[in-house]
Design a protein around this ligand. Structure first.
Ligand SMILES: Nc1ncnc2c1ncn2[C@@H]1O[C@H](COP(=O)(O)OP(=O)(O)O)[C@@H](O)[C@H]1O
Ligand SMILES: [Mg+2]
Length: 446
């Protein structure tokens, strides 16, 4: 009996078993390989040994630094000469790179860290998937076996001081380029090892923000003047609306002779400035110890003599401390708040502050907000993914009712976006106009 061959099924199985990958790498790829596997193994252990002898602790801790790379290159080239391995000038860089990746780097994963179109790297045992330009695909490479995947994971974790093994089978870490890594091994990972890496997004330049319609040149000039005139700014918006990106852009306007301390849950800010000291909070360990809150860090930052404090995102009790800092000499500080509008941002700040200030009256908190916050910038992301500044408001003191009770913060809308006219200046009066012109160098055209 002749059995019908199901090629589709065979293809799927081949991918599963790593066969298709061998096929797709194809014979001519392998022909290009200038040294055979045996020679490569010999060369690798030779280089490995010399690196072990000649690399200082500082070198090992900083393998991607240009000076260390060049030291490695010399070792690799000398080793080839000593072992009598012939290789053409053109093939040399690729071979040195492969040796580097395998000996000091992240092995087959290394190259994905240098491709800006790749946002995620996902390892399922030996198999590697990448998300490139938003599309998930199976990578051409894979780990030879699970031990190799373990070796690379250990190497990734080594500089972070974290360990993973069967007694602590889960780990979160930040890698050399700011990428976040989550990994688990057996028994949590049923089949051996799972690694997920979310690449650190590249900072978006101000030019790009203007080109892609997030804001206009005039708005940017306005924000630059606000920063120069030491206005405390809160950026409000939903998740993924571009708050952190905007704070990066605005933070770069801080004069270079001022000192910045940044405080974040997860370090993601990339402020282009020569004097940034970065702090990151920490969750409690499994024994419930060692927690360091944003609140702790805002407290610490006050003792670090900064000119400006930037809290990546206020989402808890730290709002109270941040407002207090803004009220006591750290004007010109920046933060973001998750809110649906500038008005909502005030309610949100009230709620967050109430979490920390046992018994402080609402009226007192509103006064605190009005005293601390100067400008609120609200940014939004629409259904198509377009990010846009929707409005910019200034605070105009406490809102006091006819009976003398403070029941809010007055907001004065300055800029407003609408689809037909773009960004328009809508304020009749602007309380901070003189200050912005005099201290911020704002060229007001109205
Ligand atoms: N104005 C923008 N234009 C295009 N992409 C943006 C913009 N702002 C943010 N992004 C992208 O959206 C993602 C989330 O941005 P982020 O600033 O972290 O948002 P948020 O802090 O509001 O959660 C990032 O990957 C970033 O690259
Ligand atoms: Mg953010």
């Amino acid at each position: 009996m002749i059995q019908k061959v199901d090629y589709a099924l065979l293809g799927t199985l081949a991918v599963r078993d790593g066969m298709l990958q061998m096929v797709s790498e194809s014979a001519d790829d392998r022909e290009k390989e200038t040294i055979n596997r045996e020679e490569y193994t010999k060369l690798k252990s030779h280089v490995q040994e010399i690196v072990r002898q000649q690399f200082s602790l500082a070198d090992t801790a900083n393998v991607r630094a240009p000076v260390v790379r060049s030291k490695f290159k010399t070792i690799a080239e000398n080793s080839m000469r000593n072992l009598g391995i012939q290789i053409t000038e053109t093939d040399m860089p690729a071979l040195v790179q492969k040796l580097f990746d395998d000996i000091l780097g992240y092995g087959v994963l290394e190259k994905y860290f240098f491709d800006s179109s790749i946002t995620d790297i996902i390892v399922n045992n030996t198999e590697i998937r990448i998300i490139k330009n938003g599309k998930r695909t199976i990578a051409e490479d894979k780990f030879e076996d699970i031990y190799q995947a373990h070796t690379i994971l250990d190497r990734m974790l080594a500089p972070t001081g974290r360990k993973i093994d069967s007694s602590t089978p889960r780990v979160n870490a930040r890698l050399f380029d700011g990428s976040r890594l989550h990994a688990c091994v057996t028994p949590t990972a049923v089949d051996g090892i799972l690694i997920t890496i979310r690449r650190f997004p590249e900072a978006i330049s101000v030019d790009t923000l203007i080109k892609n319609g997030t804001l206009s040149k005039k708005l940017l000039e306005f924000l630059r003047a606000c920063v120069a005139a030491r206005q405390s700014i809160v950026i409000s918006g939903g998740t993924g609306s571009g708050k952190t990106t905007l704070i990066n852009a605005v933070g770069a306007f801080i004069p270079y002779d001022e000192s910045i301390v940044t405080i974040e849950d997860t370090a993601e800010l990339q402020i282009q400035h020569p004097d940034v000291r970065r702090m990151e909070a920490r969750t409690a360990n499994i024994e419930g110890q060692g927690q360091i809150t944003l609140r702790n860090l805002v407290g610490d930052s006050l003792r670090m003599i900064p000119d400006r404090i930037i809290v990546g995102e206020c989402r808890g009790e730290e709002a109270f401390d941040m407002l207090q800092a803004m009220n006591t000499g750290h004007d010109g500080s920046l933060t973001t708040v998750h809110a649906n509008s500038a008005q909502d941002c005030i309610s949100r700040l009230l709620t967050l502050t109430q979490m920390a200030s046992m018994g402080l009256e609402q009226a007192a908190i509103y006064e605190m907000i009005a005293g601390a916050v100067d400008i609120i910038v609200h940014i939004d992301r629409d259904k198509t993914g377009q990010r846009k500044i929707q409005h910019i408001v200034e605070t105009a003191g406490s809102d006091i009712s006819s009976t003398g009770v403070t029941h809010g913060v007055k907001l004065n809308t300055l800029w407003k976006y609408d689809r037909n006219n773009g960004w328009q200046w809508v304020a009749e009066e602007f309380l901070r106009k003189e200050k912005l012109i005099e201290d911020g160098g704002w060229k007001c055209s109205f």
